[in-house]
Design a protein around this ligand. Structure first.
Ligand SMILES: [Zn+2]
Length: 85
């Protein structure tokens, strides 16, 4: 991706953006019992606190939605727990 500083800003932006959407969803469908303080990994649905985007060994990393070598530019946050096939 970009440099470390721009990657970190993108991670914060994505976390906050998806958290706002999560809050809207939680309000509309309370029976989902969503933790609105967290971000749910789109691949495994494990919730992570914002701390997970910080540090050299952060648990949430930036990943291209469509592989970069196929021209993909959009990124999202996914956790390191997912083993890509
Ligand atoms: Zn995950």
């Amino acid at each position: 991706m970009g440099n470390k500083q721009s990657d970190q800003l993108l991670k914060e932006s994505l976390f906050d953006k998806y958290n706002r959407n999560l809050c809207l969803l939680a309000k509309e469908i309370p029976s989902l019992n969503l933790d609105t303080e967290k971000y749910y990994c789109p691949l495994c649905f494990v919730p992570y606190h914002k701390d997970a985007i910080y540090g050299p060994n952060s648990l949430l990393t930036l990943e291209h939605i469509i592989p970069q070598n196929s021209g993909g530019k959009l990124c999202t946050l996914t956790c390191k727990n997912v083993i890509m096939i």
